[in-house]
Ligand binder design. Structure first.
Ligand SMILES: O=C(O)C1=C[C@@H](OP(=O)(O)O)[C@@H](O)[C@H](O)C1
Ligand SMILES: C=C(OP(=O)(O)O)C(=O)O
Length: 450
């Protein structure tokens, strides 16, 4: 069974306009890291604004199973009493990371340099995703793993007894792989180095510095070189998690395509390693502006204001931008269907190994909605319907993928006929309040409980 419960069909009916303010949940990437780094610090870390989606709740449970004390307080903040670097206890049972690639890959890194055995599993989606990208570099530290064919979960990792530091170049643009190596490096003596050709989200590096670790990033001719000094103690922190730009993408894009809409999405973190979608939409001609642009905790933050934009044009999204908007291609491909002309999204082969094969999931679902789509191994091209509108009138398969489910529901809010998804339950992994929040803006979402 999926970690998020029984399948739940949902239908979005065209209507609108969408108006009002959308307070989206806390950032998923920062929420996972707050719990993991809090568990590796000595003393109490307090976290406010934590995303209480299933992915993050599964990471909280994992940290407790590894010996940290993790509590939700009466005021909604979370308290984590950490065990210190190298202090994890061997869990008594299997760690189930549900639907979360970030959760499982970062936790594997965090335990890889402690002499304990940990068995990981997840839902059917996570069990189909490649883990070799993480177990390969963790083996260099001295960790051993045994998993299913292709390094798939369930998998048992035995952490290194005498870890050695590692110098590793990530073969694909992945913040999860980079982060797993850095977290493993925390308990290895000396300097662990990760190099990446394309910069990926840098929350791990920023947060490690906040927790007192020595982490240096330098730009080189080949990309980025990140050096971490291992075996120093992490100091507990007070963390206010910013709101998630990847969740903000859904009400923002809905407002752009539903006639008459005007929606404000406040307090969105605009770390440049995450904000690629918003610039892309502006290049397409979206009426999307940053209000009240400011700096909070060293990161740019703004209120996003999105209004109906009937004149958007397709563009070629540069492949080098992919890492900064990797989770936003499904919803961008919906916006592209409503724009005029071709939107070419290239350099996106990583989309094939997310919660689902997102290139295929979007191509199949959009075609069912009457949109012309071309795909190659690493690209997706959407031929926009322009003023004629997107026909809709289809049911899309969510494939245990929250972003696919939300994208097709947004499509149905603006198409000529309703669009359904066979299973909206996975939405709770990252955006548990999606249905209520979109409804409050004026969207019509109907649920059919199985
Ligand atoms: O590090 C993270 O928090 C994440 C990294 C990305 O995955 P990859 O590292 O596989 O690109 C992204 O898709 C995921 O939602 C969150
Ligand atoms: C890819 C995603 O998450 P993860 O890899 O953590 O499952 C996502 O949230 O879009």
């Amino acid at each position: 069974m999926a970690a998020h419960g029984p399948a739940r069909k949902m239908t979005a009916r065209p209507g609108g306009p969408l108006t009002g303010t959308a307070q989206v949940p806390g950032d998923k990437s920062i929420s996972h890291r707050s719990l993991i780094l809090g568990a590796m610090a000595v003393g109490e870390t307090r976290v406010s604004g934590l995303l209480e989606g299933q992915d993050v709740l599964d990471t909280a449970k994992a940290m407790a199973a590894l010996g940290a004390e993790v509590t939700r307080l009466d005021d909604g903040a979370w308290s984590v009493h950490g065990v210190g670097v190298g202090g994890f206890a061997e869990p008594e049972d299997v760690i189930d990371c549900g639907n979360s690639g970030t959760g499982v890959r970062l936790i594997m890194g965090a335990v890889a340099t402690s002499p304990i055995a940990v068995t990981f599993t997840g839902d059917a989606s996570l069990r189909s995703r490649p883990m070799g990208r993480v177990t390969d570099p963790l083996a260099l530290f001295g960790a051993r793993t045994v998993g299913r064919a292709g390094g798939r979960l369930p998998l048992t990792l035995v952490g290194a007894e005498a870890p050695v530091p590692v110098d590793y170049a990530t073969p694909m643009a992945s913040a999860q792989v980079k982060s797993a190596v850095l977290l493993a490096g925390l308990n290895a003596p000396g300097q662990t180095v990760v190099t990446e050709r394309t910069g990926t989200r840098d929350h791990t590096e920023r947060m490690l510095r906040g927790f007192g670790a020595e982490v240096e990033t330098i730009r080189t001719d080949d990309g980025f070189r990140i050096t971490l000094t291992g075996q120093s103690e992490l100091r507990p922190q007070t963390i206010a998690v910013p709101r998630d730009p990847s969740s903000a993408a859904f009400p923002v894009c809905a407002a752009l395509i539903v006639p008459g809409s005007d929606v404000l999405v406040p307090n969105i973190g605009l770390n440049p390693t995450r904000a690629g979608l918003f610039g892309t939409l502006q290049e397409m001609g979206a009426d999307l502006i940053y209000e009240n642009l400011r700096e909070e905790g060293g990161e740019p933050v703004a209120d996003l204001r999105a209004r109906f934009s009937p004149d958007m044009k397709g563009i070629a999204v540069p492949p080098e931008r992919a890492a900064s908007m990797i989770d936003e291609y499904p919803i961008l491909s919906v916006v592209a269907a409503f724009a005029e002309g071709e939107t070419v999204m290239s350099g996106v082969h990583e989309l094939r190994v997310k919660e689902s094969d997102r290139i295929d999931a979007m191509a199949v679902g959009l075609r069912a909605c009457g949109v012309t789509v071309d795909e190659t191994e690493d690209s997706l091209t959407v031929h926009g319907c322009g003023p004629g509108g997107v026909p809709g009138g289809a049911e899309a398969a969510a494939r245990l993928d929250h972003r696919i489910a939300m994208s097709f529901l947004i499509c149905g809010m603006a198409a000529k006929s309703p669009v359904s998804v066979d299973d909206a339950a996975p939405i709770s992994t990252s955006f548990p309040d999606f249905e209520r929040l979109m409804g409050a803006l004026g969207a019509t979402l109907e649920r059919e409980d199985a």
